[in-house]
Ligand binder design. Sequence first.
Ligand code: MEV
Length: 427
Amino acid sequence: MSKNSRLPGFYKHTLDERADVVAGWADLTPAEHAALLGEEGLPTELADKLIENAVGIYGLPLGIAVNFQVNGQDVLVPMAIEEPSVIAGVSFAAKLVRAGGGFRTGSDEPEMIGQIQVLDLDDLPAARAAVLDHEDELLDIAARSDRVITKLGGGPRGLDARMLDNTPVGPMLIVHLIFDCRDAMGANMVNTACEQLAAPIERITGGRVGLRILSNLADRRLARAECTIPPEALAFGEYSGEQVLDGIVEAWAFAAADPYRAATHNKGIMNGIDAVVIATGNDWRAIEAGAHAYAARSGRYTSLTAWQKDNKGNLSGKLEMPVAVGIVGGSTRVHPTTQAVLKILNVKTARELAEIVVSVGLAQNLAAIRALATEGIQKGHMTLHARQIAIAAGAEGEQVMAVAERMQTEGNINPEHAEAILSELKK
Ligand code: MEV
């Protein structure tokens, strides 16, 4: 049965009610439901095994972005983030994108790049040719480093060798191992394979191997999302759809041309991306590194997204970037909350997850630049701020909205006023 991720009024429920809705939506077991609530999250024994010197568990709010439709499938997107407005923003943007048929996505094969640095070479072109001549032999060695991934249809795919003629310590050859990680992020398997290749590469080139490590510029593992929104869906308040559309394109043009703005523009994209990456137990620092290196691939740091008016007058947006995420290995399968999150997302492959991740990034960027190009972002922030003040003053259930709305209308958002309104309401 196809499911609908449009959950009108979801935000008005209590946290427990929302968790119930999601548990029903995703058919969670009682244990998965408890993991979602954080009641049965990461146990300290496991934390102690994941890192060194563990002393406890650090919590983050876990929310659900609604309204997402990706390649015709409705999805609820769990996001772990402490920043207000992000989940409201992506949910709102996903509703706009729905009006134009939802997100259309694609992705590359899950190929990572491992790098092997070769030093002390007199003749870089000859060393490069020697490595490439021995490609089959080297790929065999790399395949033997992880027989499981080869059985699963992944493993080494090819070699490349790049000559860096002029580094601060002189010339060096950089051998790239292309390695298909299937549904794992793959850092461990790529690093192991690179280490296995060190001795054979020294023998073949006569050089000395230095670093053996994967590259986070995973530009063979790109994911892309696109959307099209009719202008009428963008109109609100005093703004016509055309005005909003033009404002979004102008906001993007600013980021496309100016690295100072691009950094903030891309930070907004990463607000959405990191939250899904964290919720799924993936390495968000790796995704951050890949995103910003990709944004600077032309030699000039620029926007990761592109927005334009298409030939039918619709707003058309796209985001393409490296998304090296896994659904097996690492902490993805051991963290109880992550397992519940993956079940809610209902993804069968790492590529499907990567495609949802970029859709959320595109949605977040749309929400941010739409707000910035029109009423500004503080209005939405103040709504959330008012709700938080109301909750801190003791408001519960429907009182939260009532207190927050009155504080906003009266232009007086502070704890004393929240308490005064609340005691009035209680009378
Ligand atoms: C804030 O966390 C993110 C924004 O600054 C993004 C942007 O400016 O596009 C609102």
